[in-house]
Design a binder for this molecule. Structure first.
Ligand code: BYC
Length: 481
């Protein structure tokens, strides 16, 4: 593979030859100050002067692409990085299957492509906004550094989409790039575009669940866009996926460390009954039923991000060759989906049933199924952590009809087992399945910052290894005096 090193001599680091591309360089340079303003006002609150041990991408070689150093976040070198072009790449699906990939936007698909890029771009700053207050209550310097790493990389992912908009979409693209800095997560007048990105991330458990479940939607969506016949989008998404892996690691290990700590504390105190919530909470750890409720919430919110199970939008972008399936090139079929079907869960005569739908319109459902399987593998790893401590409890993904706002099940109520419920029963029971205000208050009561090197809050176990193999007492963040 041709490894391209990143040019850091320019104001905007890049491996796309920006110095020779004066128009795009000028557009990006005039967008830059607005971005920095946004970062300073909407990025991590109270830590803009801190020195953070961050990785910065220096090449797009999967084996050695990052270097670690102390950086003040507003001085982070956000840049434009595309994975290397693949010689002779062909469009891997849709009606243009087998044709050479596009290096320019095909006119007939311009609006569709722009919408996909804008939606992807919108989620990136949204997550930074959602997480901006977390620094104040970080359970350790290690975790503090991790949230900041996630944040600067989401910032870079915004750059990635803004580059596509400004290079390939002219004036419209510049306007969209400006709008991306105007919308705000949770705002009443200018909210972010997708539901889960307007929800609060009130505490560190929510952050870990978000990076496990919602960043995993990010992975699935980026994987599908990485298949795109529009090659610059494919290349940018391929590199974003390299960064995304760390975000999911932060989520999975974060939840895993909480589970570990809770189970150890229960064992030490001789508590066998996982439902003895008050007794467990009195130990200063988060009880397992509350962990399950948080999981139910974040999984169901993230399922909504896949859109409707049956979607003509999804069929159109597949047909057009813009957004493919997860691991499209590894699937053995015609890659056109002209006559095949896919089983979709639907509400039929008041019952949830599997119905065969044309595979083309069921693209969202298929991606969501791939997502569920990926989530389940993570849950199995969490369950092993619990099992190893000897505590008898298994975490479960709720049914896909549970707590939905988008798609087939948005107008019904279902329990985590998939039983349909009337409104009154749902209102009565939902506190058993979703975090209540009291659960939130308890979790909030644990959120006290720990800032001494090598120390961790009592509700979370230390990680097994440090970032960049650093020792346990490494000063991941040097707080400003
Ligand atoms: N909230 O045919 P439909 C990430 C709208 S996360 C609000 O059902 P479609 C990250 C939809 O826009 C990945 N609205 O669905 C993670 C449409 O509206 P219009 C982000 C929604 O279009 C963590 C209408 O409903 N990337 O990267 O097939 C941290 C009917 O749409 C929602 C992408 O999502 C919702 N949840 O699929 C940081 C990839 N769902 O146009 C980052 C790009 C649907 O009729 N986006 N609607 O007004 C897409 O591929 C698709 O647009 C969607 C929706 C999968 C989002």
């Amino acid at each position: 593979m041709n490894v391209i090193n990143v040019d850091y001599s320019t104001k905007i680091p890049n491996n796309v030859g920006l110095t020779e591309d004066r128009t795009v360089l000028r557009a990006l340079e005039s967008w830059h100050p607005g971005y920095i303003d946004w970062w300073k006002t909407m990025g991590p609150e109270g830590f803009q002067e801190a020195l953070v041990y961050l990785r910065t991408a220096v090449s797009v070689d999967p084996k050695g692409w990052a270097k670690f150093d102390y950086v003040r976040m507003p001085e982070y070198r956000w840049g434009i990085l595309l994975a290397p072009a693949e010689d002779g790449r062909k469009i891997p699906f849709g009606r243009h299957y087998g044709e050479p990939v596009w290096q320019e936007v095909p006119g007939e698909y311009r609006a569709m492509l722009r919408r996909l890029v804008v939606i992807q771009g919108d989620t990136e700053p949204a997550s930074v906004e959602q997480q901006r207050h977390l620094g104040k209550t970080a359970p350790s310097l290690y975790d503090l550094r991790n949230v900041f790493q996630v944040n600067v990389e989401e910032g870079r992912h915004l750059w990635a989409m803004v580059y596509i908009l400004q290079k390939y979409f002219g004036r419209d693209g510049r306007e969209e790039a400006g709008e991306l800095l105007q919308r705000r997560s949770g705002s009443a007048d200018k909210p972010r575009m997708l539901g889960a990105f307007n929800e609060a991330t009130p505490d560190w458990l929510s952050f870990f669940m978000f990076t496990f479940f919602t960043d995993r939607d990010g992975k699935m969506q980026l994987e599908s866009l990485a298949q795109s016949g529009f090659d610059p989008l494919s290349r940018t998404c391929r590199f974003m996926l390299t960064e995304e892996a760390h975000h999911m690691f932060v989520g999975e290990t974060g939840v895993g460390r909480i589970l570990q700590r809770t189970c150890e504390a229960m064992k030490q105190a001789g508590i066998e009954d996982v439902h003895a919530i008050d007794k467990v909470r009195a130990l200063g750890v988060i009880d397992l039923p509350t962990m399950q409720k948080k999981l139910n919430l974040h999984y169901s919110l993230s399922l909504d991000l896949f859109g409707s199970e049956v979607s003509t939008n999804a069929a159109n972008s597949y047909n057009a060759g813009l957004k493919g399936r997860f691991q499209e090139t590894k699937i053995e079929d015609d890659h056109r989906l002209e006559s095949s079907t896919y089983p979709v869960l639907k509400l039929v005569d008041g019952e949830i049933k599997r119905v065969d739908e044309p595979a083309l319109t069921a693209i969202n459902m298929r991606l969501r199924d791939d997502y569920t399987a990926d989530c389940q593998r993570g849950l199995d790893r969490w369950s092993k952590i619990i099992e190893r401590t000897g505590v008898d409890f298994k975490l479960k993904l709720p049914h896909v009809a549970f707590n939905r706002e988008i798609g087939e099940f948005r107008d019904i109520n279902a329990s985590p087992d998939g039983q349909l419920l009337d409104d009154a029963s749902w209102q009565r029971e939902k506190g058993k399945w979703l975090p209540s205000a009291a659960d939130g208050d308890f979790i909030a009561s644990l959120m006290k910052p720990v800032r001494d090197r090598g120390q961790f809050a009592g509700w979370i176990a230390p990680p097994r290894v440090g970032i960049d193999n650093k020792p346990g007492d490494f000063e991941y963040v040097k707080l400003a005096a």
